[in-house]
Design a protein around this ligand. Structure first.
Ligand SMILES: [Mn+2]
Length: 327
């Protein structure tokens, strides 16, 4: 193990915060910073040999790396780095917390609460809920997840919240944490955000006449002049029968709408229970606009002009539907 490990750099989602809780316990480190995958990929924050990087792409260098995203492992190999030489652990697991939990389990006894934490992290990070009701249920873990998704007045305050939550996840049970007024209040606030997302999903649906079985639910947010965020998983509540979700939205640069169109595709939760060959990643690759996995993929269509952008609003969903029918 490298000697001078002094801080943790982790993903700013449930898996990342809970992963930091285990690492903080195991390495006795309380300096925790948060980042998104793109921040790391673009090397926008300094990461050094004294950092443990958790649930994020492998940076230029770091002291230890814990991760479970196969795409990140591919990146490491593309850079001609032998993953076996990187201290820490990579494993294909439903969550990074699971990877870290297994790592520490091999060295000795872990607090009993950590087993529960690994279980709920698996569920949340791989979105493996058996039903929509289980996902919507006000369980301690779901409530904490919503509190994390709730935005804060500033990045600084958000990082502060995540940091103290990581310590709570290290020292307290999920029940105790979920019962705190701050978690309750943030989870409720996020429920309001979700309500607005549901409205956007319903009001901006486009119906494709060719989609006679209504298999794809297409949400077109391209007419908005301000960024609008939706959680595509919420489509499952609006239309439980749809099998695939498509989201179109403009790309904003420096707050201004561009001629680029972001395309997001994901499979419905219900598709986890049936045999199928649908592959959202393949659709995006065939369109030559991006990449992804079977369950979720994303890309950007670079329109040549405002006119081309308008044309793509109708053409892209049609092409996606054609490919959906064949892959
Ligand atoms: Mn993760």
């Amino acid at each position: 193990m490298p000697s001078e490990l002094t801080s943790i750099v982790t993903h700013d989602d449930f898996d990342g915060v809970a992963g930091a809780a285990l690492l903080s316990w195991g390495f006795d480190i309380s300096d925790i910073r948060f980042a998104g995958p793109i921040t790391i990929a673009k090397a926008e924050i300094p990461v050094t040999l004294s950092d443990i990087v958790c649930d994020l792409p492998y940076p230029l260098e770091c002291g230890m790396w814990f991760d479970h995203h196969s795409g990140n492992l591919d990146e490491v190999r593309l850079r001609n780095i032998d993953p076996a030489t990187i201290p820490g652990r990579f494993a294909e697991a439903p969550s990074c917390v699971r990877v870290i939990f297994d790592y520490f389990s091999e060295q000795g006894e872990l607090p009993a609460d950590f087993a529960t934490l690994a279980d709920v992290s698996d569920l949340i990070d791989s979105f493996a809920y058996p039903t929509l009701d289980v996902w919507r249920a006000d369980t301690p873990a779901n409530r904490i997840d919503r509190a994390i998704k709730c935005s804060s007045p500033s990045r600084f305050e958000h990082a502060d919240f995540l940091r103290s939550l990581a310590f709570d996840l290290r020292d307290l049970s999920l029940d105790e944490i979920a019962d705190s007024p701050l978690i309750r209040q943030r989870a409720l606030a996020y429920a309001e955000t979700e309500k607005r997302m549901l409205e956007h999903i319903q009001n901006n649906r486009i119906l494709l006449p060719e989609d006679t079985d209504r298999e794809l639910y297409v949400v077109d947010l391209t007419s908005f002049i301000q960024p609008v965020r939706i959680d595509k998983k919420l489509i499952g509540l609006v239309d439980p029968l749809a099998k695939g979700y498509v989201e179109l939205k403009p790309v904003f640069r420096q707050g201004r709408k561009t001629n680029s169109m972001a395309v997001g595709l994901s499979l419905a939760l219900s598709m986890q229970q049936v045999e199928h060959k649908k592959d959202m990643g393949e659709i995006v690759r065939l369109l030559n606009i991006g990449d992804g996995h079977r369950g979720a993929a994303a890309g950007v269509y670079e329109a040549r002009s405002a006119l081309d952008f308008q044309k793509a609003r109708t053409d892209l969903p049609k092409k996606i539907l054609e490919l959906w029918k064949t892959v």
